[in-house]
Design a protein around this ligand. Structure first.
Ligand code: 4AZ
Length: 250
């Protein structure tokens, strides 16, 4: 995250950190039920080549290079489901599900640092200008060599797709499965490593997962908003693939 501020995991307890056992930190994710993490498909764009045994998922983590045994819960991956229509060329349908597996057979246990995020009610559309929050361990500047040592969060404002598809911004590259968000002074944005992580918005006193960090040109560049996967388009896909009976828990 460029700009914004450091935040304890307790403020974003649904944040998951996805690691590759060889390459280190890979992507963010969001815990949407005790056994399932929602993330971005492009994190695994080598597709079948991502060996599930190479992945590790950590919940309750505030620092990328430190393990806090009191707050953390670690998992391996039982299943990785990439959206069958994910398009590597334009990042359309950039969404994937991870089923967690632990040694004792259980999944995530609710605590102050581990909690699920709500999926928004079907077809909820928030207005342009609405303020939402992003969180992740991504780079603090595009030029940084390393990811952020600590979890960060920042506020961004939603943009309409009509606006974001203008020539000044992304000239018709924003599909109906994406939306844009940015800070009005272009000082704050998601960056490399924040991919897969949450954009949550408060509605009726609760935080709902509306977006998955997907792509953008650079980070915090003028007229180049962050682009997010539109989670409300996937309630049915999520329900079918997780077997969670409800389309929404909102
Ligand atoms: C990335 O490379 C990335 N500014 C993610 C988000 C954004 C840019 C790049 C948005 O994972």
């Amino acid at each position: 995250i460029v700009g914004g501020s450091f935040t304890p995991i307790e403020s974003h307890p649904w944040v998951a950190a996805i690691f590759h056992k060889r390459y280190g930190f890979l992507c963010g994710g969001t815990l949407i039920s005790p056994c399932w993490v929602l993330t971005a498909a492009h994190c695994f764009s080598d597709g079948e080549d991502t060996k599930l045994t190479h992945l590790a998922i950590h919940l309750g983590k505030s620092a990328i290079n430190e393990t806090d045994a009191r707050s953390e819960q670690g998992f391996t991956v039982e299943k990785l489901i990439m959206h069958e229509k994910y398009d590597d060329d334009n990042f359309n349908n950039d969404i994937a599900l991870i089923k967690l597996k632990s040694k004792n057979g259980g999944c995530a246990v609710k605590s102050a640092s581990v909690r699920v995020a709500c999926l928004p009610p079907l077809h909820t559309k928030l207005p342009a200008g609405f303020t939402c929050s992003i969180a992740g361990f991504g780079k603090e500047r595009s030029s940084a060599f390393q990811f952020s040592q600590y979890l960060k969060h920042a506020e961004v404002k939603l943009m309409s797709n009509a606006e974001c598809n203008k020539e000044l911004y992304y000239e018709n590259r924003i599909t109906d499965n994406m939306f844009c968000a940015a800070s009005p002074d272009w000082s704050t944005d998601a960056c490399k490593g924040d991919s897969g992580g949450p954009l949550v918005c408060e509605a009726s006193g609760r935080m709902f997962l509306f977006g998955v960090v997907s792509w953008g040109e650079g980070c915090a560049l003028k007229n180049k908003p962050g682009v997010y996967t539109e989670v409300t388009n996937y309630n049915k896909w999520i329900a079918e693939n997780t077997g969670l009976s409800e389309y929404t828990n909102g």
